[in-house]
Design a protein. Structure first.
Length: 81
C-alpha cells in the first residue's frame, strides 16, 4: 500500500477555492490544454454531468479568475489564470 501526500499549499488551495469534485475535474481538463476552448456541452459529456451544471461550474471558474469566456454560439471557455 502506498502513501498519498498532498502538499499543504495544494490542500489549502483546494479547500479554499474549489467547491466540488466536478469543479476540480473541470479545472484539470481545461488546464491540460490551455489552447483548447471548451463548450459547456462538450465539457459536460466529459464530466458526466448536465450542461446546466457545467455552465455553472464554468461561470464559477471564470469568476475565480481561472478561465476566460469566449463569446460565440455556443460560448466556449479556456484555461487562462
Amino acid at each position: 500500500m502506498s502513501e498519498y501526500f498532498i502538499p499543504d499549499d495544494v490542500a489549502q488551495f483546494i479547500l479554499a477555492t474549489i467547491d466540488s469534485v466536478a469543479q476540480l475535474e473541470a479545472l484539470l481538463l481545461l488546464r491540460a490544454d490551455p489552447r483548447q476552448a471548451w463548450a459547456a456541452k462538450t465539457l459536460a459529456a466529459r464530466l458526466y454531468i448536465t450542461e446546466e451544471q457545467t455552465a455553472e461550474i464554468l461561470d464559477a471558474l471564470r469568476a475565480k479568475g481561472f478561465v476566460v469566456a469566449n463569446p460565440g454560439n455556443p460560448a466556449s471557455y479556456a484555461y487562462q489564470p
